[in-house]
Design a binder for this molecule. Structure first.
Ligand code: PLP
Length: 247
């Protein structure tokens, strides 16, 4: 990367995190997940060389392609929609998979639990329950009223999983409003009460490039920042002429 752009941006995000934590009087460290989807391994390596160890990807195949090209002490977070038929591939193909943040059904939890067992992973896999906090139609994430059921199922019936907390994206356009953050905090209170745990024993994964400071001030423990570290995402250009008919 030219001129250490990634390193500079990463350090800037870290100092903004620190200031937001101080403003909010937070004492526990907050985890930064560097969201590297669509970015080449060179960009991830630059962030790694600058000290970053936690990376997030949201497509299984892209993660499987990148993992072998990067150091083994990276802690990978899966943050995309996980299809049932990809569960085995991601659990077996990523030995250093540290967390799946996007569990939104008991069925997916069961699949993950079984895959972790079959892969002979020594440690339980940390997972979060993804909550749809926007009230908008969205394919992914449980409704706030459903979060307790999924969380309880993981805690009681999935011994190879560890319930780490709750996650939200916010609005369907990937921005967030304060209501999204307070809704997730409310879900955490309900889950913690149901399981007889202190609130702080469960994490809140919320806040992205545009709003991570506000998320920290509202209690986030895990922020997921992509474009502010790596630059705008370049998706492959769409063909200009109509695509040829399928062969
Ligand atoms: C892409 C993505 C992010 C990062 O978004 P930025 O706005 O680029 O920081 C965070 N969380 C999820 C689930 C994502 O898919």
């Amino acid at each position: 990367m030219a001129d250490k752009q990634v390193e500079t941006a990463l350090k800037d995000v870290m100092s903004r995190m620190k200031q937001a934590s101080e403003r909010a009087g937070r004492t526990q460290p907050i985890r930064l997940v560097a969201v590297s989807k669509t970015k080449p391994v060179e960009a991830l390596q630059e962030a790694y060389d600058a000290g970053q160890r936690v990376f997030g990807e949201n497509y299984v195949q892209e993660m499987l392609d990148k993992v072998p090209a990067l150091p083994a002490d990276i802690q990978w977070h899966f943050i995309g929609h996980l299809q049932s038929n990809k569960v085995k591939a991601v659990v077996e193909g990523v030995p250093n998979l540290s967390m799946v943040e996007t569990v939104d059904s008991t069925k997916l939890a069961d699949r993950l639990n079984r895959a972790v067992e079959q892969a002979g992973r020594p440690e339980p896999l940390a997972v979060m329950v993804q909550v749809n906090t926007s009230g908008e139609e969205s394919k992914y994430g449980v409704e706030p009223d459903g979060c307790v059921d999924v969380a309880r199922h993981i805690a009681k019936n999935c011994p190879r999983l560890r319930l780490a907390g709750l996650m939200t994206i916010g609005q369907p356009d990937y921005s967030s409003r304060p209501e999204n953050f307070s809704c997730l905090a409310d879900c955490r209170r309900r889950v913690a009460a149901e399981l007889g745990l202190p609130d702080e024993s469960l994490e809140l994964s919320m806040g992205m490039s545009g709003d991570f400071e506000q998320a920290i001030e509202m209690g986030s423990t895990n922020i997921r920042v992509g474009s502010t570290i790596f630059g705008a995402r370049e998706y492959p250009a769409k063909p200009k002429s109509p695509s040829p008919p399928p062969q």
